[in-house]
Design a binder for this molecule. Sequence first.
Ligand code: NAP
Length: 239
Amino acid sequence: MKNVLITGSSRGIGAETARQFAAAGYHVWINYNRSASDAQRLYSELTSQNYCADIIQADVSDSSQVKEMFNKTRGIDVLINNAGIAQSKLFTDLTDDDWNKMIACNLSSAFYCCRAALPHMIRQKWGRIINISSMWGQVGGSCEVHYSAAKAGIIGLTKALAMEEGLSGITVNCIAPGVIRTDMTSHLSEEDFKSLKEETPTGTLGTPEDIARAALFFASDSSSFITGQVLGVNGGFVV
Ligand code: NAP
């Protein structure tokens, strides 16, 4: 049975990804930082269906907590760097703290987790790393410069690491979601969602299920000749 660690899987896209991987027969490590009760609820939901799951608390923006998490989980075969935060603010109003927190949670977290996960993957000559970026990392989002910069960084990390690890049987790919209804987008009004839908070629918004299915594909052997790629799951919003 393969072990998958999904960072930030207490809620939203991460939680749905945990559900789909558990149903597909993986041993799922649910990582959370603050939402202990959501993580516990998800754990109970999965184990009540006889799926294999564990919970692990760690703030993935903290290098030492990531190290400790990987010491406890041991042998992660599939790593999904999903944990993230967002903030909408004028660039000129951004503080050092806003910037540092955004980069730490969305980009440094992926660096810490990849570094900790790789020795096992390299030893066994097989591994899958799936990084969750954003379409705003591909094209830039106004009033989200720090978020866009971190998500663009995720794309660079994906491409470069894919080159370095190709011969070790490890693929590194990236999913760039469009607008997905989760807590992260809950500040948007129904009017905002309506206009975002109208701007999207498919005329729909995305769901956590859409992202989870893409992650399952990148984890599977069907994608073994695909590495260093950015898959936009965005209804055609960014092409
Ligand atoms: P969400 O509903 O706000 O959930 C965020 C998750 O990340 C939570 O489980 C949270 O855990 C976790 N998290 C945040 N900081 C963490 C930290 N330092 N350590 C560990 N876990 C942490 O967000 P979402 O919409 O599911 O987003 C998931 C990913 O998709 C993010 O990387 C986001 O940038 C990306 N994305 C989302 C959208 C969208 O429209 N929703 C679009 C493009 C990309 P706790 O609550 O336990 O702290």
